[in-house]
Design a binder for this molecule. Structure first.
Ligand SMILES: *Cc1c(COP(=O)(O)O)cnc(C)c1O
Length: 411
């Protein structure tokens, strides 16, 4: 690890950046606990300050008083598509092409299955070996279910050939933070006759996304990361409008029917993306997600992106400056989302010691300390303070204590 060429960064310089930050006002719109520096918004976004009151209103007024009338009176039935249109605005998709529903894993199953149905003469789903495990597991399970020589092939996108039906990629790598070129890779897949499914879980809300402009066929993403929808928030599914007329989805539930309340005995798909609904929408989860989406839509994505790039670069520079010789490897991707990975053989206990000191990130096996920077609520001076805690944890060796060694179920 070499010393940075720049003049040393000071805490004062970072405080000045906070004062000049055009997004500084968003911090108070989140309910973060005192004494915590939260660098894990890429895994579970923070609680928006308005969410508790909104949920209380949905519980007591809409559910408690409105009862079943609220499906119509409070527009519950429209929430998946109404929120889908908000997500469309965040991801460069046209209205009517996104639905907020189900988990990312389930939406991936739907998207992959629909894509394979559009390429019946081909059998291969191509994805990168380092893709997020649920994406790979879902593809593996679907290939097994379909039989007929369907396979998941793990290789880099250069392996695209005429056997590939679908290229499945995650825009921002969950471990390294590397950002892929959506337009370029989509064009390459199309040139090889394949369709593309993009997973936007680590990019929606923090990276400018142009689904329509890039020609993406399908996309899925997560509601509880940078969209701040809360634990287990509904995810989303995008299908390019050009594919809607031929769109065959594997789960044909009643809410994706053209007329759910006609109670017909056979399935007729609703027009467009509405057919991607399966069962009754989770109104509490969608209501919380809407608060997070409204916050994301209130902030210009160009400002978010500029702050994100600056924060991740500063964090890496500061770690180089303050933690030199302490055994960390900095893995800063030049093309990246909003996170930085540091490698250390003792990543797990080091992260537990950091969390005990109020700096929350997470670890990804075997040796990655992961720090996410959600520009709506992470400040610049906090980056200084977090790096000082990291330095102290490493210098003191406090992470060697027995209490930091036990593994919890969720890392
Ligand atoms: C977070 C994440 C998921 C999460 O899937 P769930 O079904 O919500 O558990 C899926 N894929 C990627 C790439 C992710 O980052």
């Amino acid at each position: 690890m070499s010393a940075p060429a720049q003049r040393p960064i000071t805490r004062e310089a970072l405080v000045a950046l906070d004062h000049a930050d055009p997004l500084g006002g968003f911090r108070d719109r989140f309910a973060l606990p005192p004494g915590v520096i939260y660098l894990d918004g890429n895994s579970l976004g923070a609680l928006p300050a308005a969410t508790p009151a909104r949920l209380a209103e949905v519980l007591t007024r809409e559910w408690g008083e409105g009862l079943i009338r609220s499906w119509n009176q409070h527009g519950w039935i429209d929430l998946p598509l109404r929120l889908g249109d908000k997500i469309a605005r965040l991801t460069g998709a046209p209205p009517g092409s996104v639905i907020a529903a189900d988990s990312t894993s389930v939406n991936l199953f739907k998207a992959l299955s629909a894509a394979l149905a559009l390429r019946p003469e081909r059998r291969v789903i191509l994805s990168q070996p380092g893709n997020f495990p649920t994406d790979l597991y879902i593809a593996e399970g679907l290939a097994r279910l379909l039989g007929r020589d369907h396979v998941l092939r793990l290789a880099e996108p250069e392996a695209l050939d005429s056997s590939v039906a679908v290229l499945m990629l995650t825009q921002v790598d969950y471990r390294s933070g590397r950002l892929l070129d959506m337009a370029g890779l989509t064009a390459a897949a199309h040139a090889a006759g394949a369709l593309v499914v993009w997973d936007l879980s680590h990019s929606a809300g923090v990276v400018p996304i142009d689904l329509a402009g890039s020609g993406a066929d399908f996309a899925v993403g997560c509601g509880y990361k940078y969209l701040n929808g809360g634990p287990g928030a509904p995810g989303f599914l995008y299908v390019a409008p050009a594919l809607h007329a031929r769109l065959e989805l594997p789960m044909t539930g009643w809410l994706g029917h053209a007329a759910p309340f006609a109670f017909e005995p056979t399935y007729r798909p609703a027009p467009g993306i509405a057919r991607a609904a399966v069962g009754t929408p989770p109104i509490l989860g969608l209501s919380a997600l809407e608060v997070g989406l409204d916050l994301a839509l209130a902030a210009p994505i160009a400002e978010i992106r500029a702050k994100s790039l600056r924060q991740t670069a500063l964090f890496a520079q500061l770690v180089a400056q303050e933690c030199d010789g302490l055994g960390l490897r900095i893995l800063l991707e030049p093309e990246r989302g909003s996170q930085v990975a540091l490698a250390h053989p003792q990543a797990y206990p080091i992260m537990q010691a950091l969390i005990a000191s109020g700096v929350i990130g997470d670890v990804r096996a075997p040796d990655i300390l992961r720090f996410g920077f959600a520009p709506l609520y992470v400040g610049f001076a906090e980056i200084w303070d977090a790096v000082q805690v990291l330095r102290e944890v490493l210098r003191s060796g406090v992470w060697r204590e027995a209490r930091f060694q036990t593994r919890a179920a969720v890392t």
